[in-house]
Design a protein around this ligand. Structure first.
Ligand code: IVH
Length: 672
C-alpha cells in the first residue's frame, strides 16, 4: 500500500471508529461486535505505525498521550464557570420561581429539569470542531489544563460533526458500579479508598499521567456552553439539541415543563428514582428555558439567577436488626456491630452498622429484632439513628457484650478510663491478622498488594504469624496461595522488600503501640533517631518529648518491654529493615480519616479550633490551614469567609458543623 492509499484508508478508519465510539459511548447502542471493532482499531494502529505521518489528533489511537505531564498548566476561563444556588426544600424551590417571576416580570415560564451530576465540572474547548483543550473549573476564573485526561474519556468526541469553534461545559463522573469495583480493588490492594464517586472522578482527572484516567471508565454529560454568542438558539433546549447533534453526550433525562407543580413533582420523584441510575446524582438542576429571560435574570457574583439546584434530602431508612455481632480490632477492642436486614440507603445496600461500644449500645437501647432507622453519616458511613420502640412485639432479644473474646475465647476486660471492652490476649488470632493489615497500610509500611484479603490468607496459612515474618516470605509460598499468580507474588515481594527502606516513623506506627498515631510516631522517631534509643527510653524520657502525653509514653514503654514485641524487632533487624529515622506523620484508635485532609473555617459552636483539629487527627486525618486541590473537606462554621469560596471553586466538599459532628460521632462513637 502506498502513502496515498494508506492515507485514504486511515481517514476512513478514523471516521468509522469514531462513529462506533459515538454509538457505543454516547448513544449506548453499539452496531458492531467488540471483535469487529477491535479489528478496525488494530488495522488503524498498524497503519499509523507504518506511516506515522498519518496520525491525526482526532485519531482514536491518540486518546492516551505520551509521557506524563510535569505540572498542570493554568487555563483562564473566558466566561467564568459559576456555581449554582441550592434549594434544600420544596419551599425553597417555590421561592426560586417567585423570585425569577419578579425579576423578569414574566409569569408564564418554561423550565428545564436536568439531573445534577455529582462529579467534576469541566470545560471543553473545540476549535474548528477539534478538541483542543479540557480544563477544570478551578476557582471559576482560572482552572487547570487537563486535556490529556479529558481525551481519555471515550464519550468525549475528539472531533465534532461540524467544524465549529465553541466551548462546552459538563460534568465528568464515575459510574457507581465501576466506583464500587475500583474501591474493592483498592481495598484488596491496601490503597486508601475514595470516599465517593465524585472524589474518584476528581482524583482521576487531576493526575499528571493520563494512563490512570484511561484505566478508569469515566464518563461525561454536557449541560451547557461557555458562551452561545453567535449561535442562533432561543432556548436552553435548542442549545442542548444542537450539542447532541454535534456528537456530545447530553443527559437523556433532561425534560421541559411549563407547569412548576410538575417540576416539583419531578424533583420529588427523582429523589427516589435516583438510585436506579448507574451514576450518582445529588439533586436536580432547574433552568429557565428561554435564553432571553436568562439574560434578563442575570447573575449574582456566584451563580446565575436563572437556575437553581434542588438538593435531595438525606435518606433515612427503616430496617430490622437481625443480630448483633462483636468484632475484634487490632488493639483488641471489642466493637458491637448491628447486622441489618439489607436495605438500600443513599444508593448502596447497607447490611451492618457499627454500634461502637457498650455505652452507645446501651444508650441507643438496641435489641436483636428491633425495627430501627438508619442513615449514612455524611452520606458515607451507615449509622443507626434510633430504635422504633413503638414497633416492638415483645419478641426482641436483649444483647449483652460477651465476657470472653469471640476470636480467641480469652477473658475480656475494661481498662480503667476506657469505654471499650478489650481482649487482653496479645496473641489473639484476629488481633494478629489486623496487626498485619495495619502494618502494611498506607500510613504505616505502605506495602502495596498487601490488603486484608492477602493478609488473611497469609495468617490462615500460618505463613505470617507476626509482622516480621513478612520479610521472610518465599515466592513459592506465595504462589501456592489462592488467586496469587507469579506476577502478583513478585510484585508483593518487591513491595515488601522496598518497605525495608522506610523511615523509622513508619515502622514505629506500623508496629502499632496503642494510642500512637502516625503523627506521634514521627515526633518520637525524630526525637530519638533510632529504634534502639526508643526501646531503651524511660517513660520520663518519653513524656519529655514535646506533644507526647503520659498515656502514649506509657504505652510505648510497655510495648517495648513485652518480650514478644522485642523478638519481632530482632527479626526485623535481621531481615535488614531500616531502624533509623529519616522521614513522616496522625493518631490513635480507628484511623478512619486516614489520608483525608481537612481545612477548618469560621467559628464552630461545639468545638474550639484545636479541639476540632485534634479530633480529626485522632482519627488519622490531617488539618491544614489553606484550601488546595489536596483538601478533601472544608468544615465551615459561622462566618466562614474566603476559604469557603475557595472550597467551592476547587469543588472541595464543604461540611456543616452538624455533618462534621455526624462523621466524628459515627466514626468514634463519641457523643457530645
Ligand atoms: S449548570 C452557571 N447543570 O453543579 C451554572 N450544573 O453547583 C452552571 N452540575 O459546577 C452549572 N449537573 O459542576 C449545571 N445539569 C447540570 C449539572 C451541573 C451537575 C454541577 C456543575 C456545577 C455545580 C454547581
Amino acid at each position: 500500500m502506498n502513502l496515498d492509499e494508506a492515507r485514504e484508508r486511515a481517514v476512513r478508519l478514523v471516521e468509522e471508529i469514531n462513529a462506533h465510539d459515538y454509538n457505543y459511548y454516547v448513544l449506548d447502542s453499539p452496531v458492531i461486535s467488540d471483535r469487529e471493532y477491535d479489528l478496525l482499531k488494530r488495522e488503524l494502529e498498524k497503519l499509523e505505525k507504518k506511516f506515522p505521518q498519518l496520525v491525526t489528533p482526532d485519531s482514536p489511537t491518540q486518546r492516551v498521550g505520551g509521557k506524563p505531564l510535569e505540572t498542570f498548566k493554568s487555563v483562564s476561563h473566558t466566561a467564568p464557570m459559576l456555581s449554582l444556588d441550592n434549594a434544600f426544600s420544596i419551599n425553597e424551590l417555590w421561592d426560586f420561581v417567585r423570585r425569577i417571576k419578579n425579576y423578569s416580570g414574566i409569569k408564564e415560564l418554561e423550565y428545564v429539569v436536568e439531573p445534577k451530576m455529582d462529579g467534576l465540572a469541566v470545560s471543553l474547548l473545540y476549535k474548528s470542531g477539534v478538541l483542543v483543550r479540557g480544563a477544570t473549573r478551578g476557582d471559576g476564573y482560572v482552572g487547570e489544563d487537563i486535556t490529556h485526561n479529558i481525551r481519555t474519556i471515550k464519550s468525549v468526541p475528539l472531533k465534532l460533526r461540524e467544524r465549529v469553534d465553541l466551548e462546552v461545559r459538563g460534568e465528568v463522573y464515575f459510574p457507581s458500579k465501576a466506583f464500587q469495583e475500583l474501591n474493592d480493588r483498592r481495598a484488596e490492594e491496601g490503597y486508601p479508598l475514595f470516599a465517593n464517586p465524585r472524589n474518584a472522578a476528581a482524583g482521576s482527572m487531576r493526575q499528571l499521567d493520563p494512563v490512570i484516567a484511561a484505566s478508569r471508565p469515566l464518563n461525561i454529560f454536557i449541560y451547557g456552553m461557555g458562551s452561545y454568542e453567535g449561535f442562533p438558539f432561543r432556548t436552553h433546549m435548542e442549545m442542548l439539541k444542537y450539542l447532541k447533534e454535534l456528537g456530545l453526550r447530553v443527559n437523556p433525562y433532561t425534560a421541559l415543563y411549563t407547569d412548576f407543580d410538575l417540576v416539583v413533582e419531578t424533583c420529588q420523584s427523582w429523589a427516589v428514582k435516583r438510585y436506579e441510575l448507574p451514576y450518582e446524582i445529588d439533586g436536580m438542576v432547574i433552568k429557565i428555558n428561554d435564553l432571553e429571560i436568562q439574560s434578563l435574570a442575570g447573575y449574582t457574583a456566584r451563580s446565575p439567577r436563572w437556575a437553581v439546584a434542588y438538593k435531595f434530602p438525606a435518606e433515612q431508612v427503616e430496617t430490622t436488626v437481625e443480630d448483633i455481632q462483636v468484632s475484634v480490632g487490632r488493639t483488641g477492642a471489642l466493637t458491637p456491630i448491628a447486622l441489618l436486614a439489607p436495605v438500600k440507603v443513599s444508593g448502596s445496600v447497607v447490611k451492618r452498622a457499627s454500634l461502637h461500644n457498650e455505652d452507645i449500645l446501651r444508650e441507643k437501647g438496641v435489641k436483636i429484632g428491633d425495627r430501627v432507622i438508619i442513615h449514612k453519616a455524611g452520606e458515607v458511613i451507615p449509622e443507626l439513628v434510633k430504635v422504633l420502640v413503638e414497633k416492638r412485639t415483645g419478641n426482641e432479644k436483649e444483647f449483652v457484650m460477651p465476657q470472653s473474646c469471640p476470636a480467641c475465647g480469652q477473658q475480656v476486660a475494661h481498662i480503667p478510663g476506657e469505654v471499650a471492652l478489650r481482649c487482653m490476649n496479645s496473641t489473639c488470632p484476629v488481633q494478629m491478622y489486623e496487626r498485619i493489615v495495619h502494618f502494611a497500610s498506607r500510613g504505616a509500611m505502605d506495602i502495596e498488594g498487601l490488603g486484608p484479603a492477602v493478609a488473611k490468607m497469609l495468617w490462615e496459612k500460618r505463613l505470617v504469624e507476626d509482622v516480621a515474618d513478612l520479610y521472610y516470605l518465599k515466592k513459592e509460598e506465595l504462589v501456592a496461595l489462592e488467586r496469587m499468580g507469579e506476577k502478583s507474588a513478585d510484585n508483593l515481594l518487591e513491595a515488601i522488600q522496598d518497605s525495608k527502606k522506610n523511615p523509622l516513623n513508619k515502622l514505629l506506627y506500623g508496629l502499632g503501640p496503642r494510642f500512637l498515631g502516625d503523627k506521634g510516631s514521627k515526633v518520637i522517631a525524630e526525637h530519638f533517631g533510632s529504634l534502639e534509643h526508643i526501646i531503651s527510653a524511660s517513660t520520663e524520657e518519653m513524656i519529655a518529648v514535646p506533644e507526647i502525653g503520659p498515656k502514649i509514653a506509657a504505652s510505648i514503654v510497655e510495648f517495648f518491654q513485652n518480650p514478644s514485641n522485642l523478638q519481632v524487632v530482632e527479626k526485623l533487624h535481621t531481615a535488614g529493615v531500616n531502624l533509623q529515622q529519616s522521614q513522616k506523620q496522625g493518631e490513635e484508635g480507628q484511623q478512619i480519616l486516614e489520608g483525608q485532609t481537612f481545612v477548618l473555617t469560621g467559628k464552630l459552636e461545639s468545638f474550639s479550633r484545636s479541639e476540632a483539629q485534634s479530633r480529626i487527627e485522632s482519627l488519622g486525618g490531617r488539618v491544614t490551614s489553606s484550601v488546595s486541590r489536596n483538601t478533601d473537606y472544608v468544615v465551615a462554621g459561622e462566618n466562614p469567609g474566603s476559604k469557603m469560596e475557595q472550597a467551592r471553586s476547587l469543588e472541595v466538599r464543604v461540611l456543616t458543623e452538624k455533618q462534621f459532628q455526624e462523621i466524628l460521632t459515627a466514626k468514634t462513637g463519641i457523643v457530645d
